[in-house]
Design a protein around this ligand. Structure first.
Ligand code: QAP
Ligand code: CO
Length: 168
């Protein structure tokens, strides 16, 4: 297994729209394992392939406290089940050190393929609903900072650019 490099805002590669996975094979499962290792090492609770510069529609997630609930979403899609929005303080491995409230639909239906290529469906609310929407945004080249004011986003961008200049 390997720990992969995580792209950081404002890297333009984070704006790439990912392509659907065409075949759920051993190569893809190796990538999935590397993404879990990368996410657990960070540590994080969700990681989209876009963040490791692989532009395929693939997300890994583990919302447990003890790495006991790994979840894989291949070609994930969601539809809001309610018009009601709620705030959640989001962070992102690609925006390290910054956390801001984002409003999203509170309940969504998720459809995806699992690591064997089998379709599954689930209804999510709470952190799972927030996280899948945040990760699906990555696959479409979108970041949580895009929901903030230009002022807040520019402040975050400048601080991260300065850090990148200081230590590569
Ligand atoms: C996305 O985020 C998420 O700033 C996953 O210094 C987050 O795993 C969805 C992390 C919150 C919903 C709610 C962030 C690690 C991890 C940082 C993450 C940091 C170190 C973020
Ligand atoms: Co993120």
């Amino acid at each position: 297994m390997a720990i992969l490099n995580i792209l950081e805002f404002p890297d333009p590669r984070l704006r790439t729209v990912a392509k659907p996975v065409e075949s759920v094979d051993d190569d893809l499962r190796r990538l999935i394992d590397d993404m879990f290792e990368t996410m657990y090492a960070a540590p994080g609770i969700g990681l989209a392939a876009t963040q490791v510069n692989v532009h395929q529609r693939l997300v890994v997630m583990d919302l447990s406290e003890d790495k006991s609930e790994p979840r894989v979403f291949i070609n994930p899609e969601f539809e809001p089940l309610t018009a009601e929005l709620g705030p959640y303080q989001e962070g992102c491995l690609s925006v390290p050190g910054f956390y801001e409230n984002v409003e999203r639909p509170l309940q969504v239906r998720i459809r995806a393929l699992d690591r064997d290529g089998q379709p599954f469906e689930l209804v999510a609310e709470g952190l799972l609903a927030v996280c899948i929407q945040h990760e699906c945004d990555h696959l479409n080249g979108k970041l949580f900072v895009d929901y903030l004011s230009t002022l807040k986003r520019d402040r975050i961008r400048k601080k991260l650019e300065k850090q990148h200049r200081q230590h590569g």
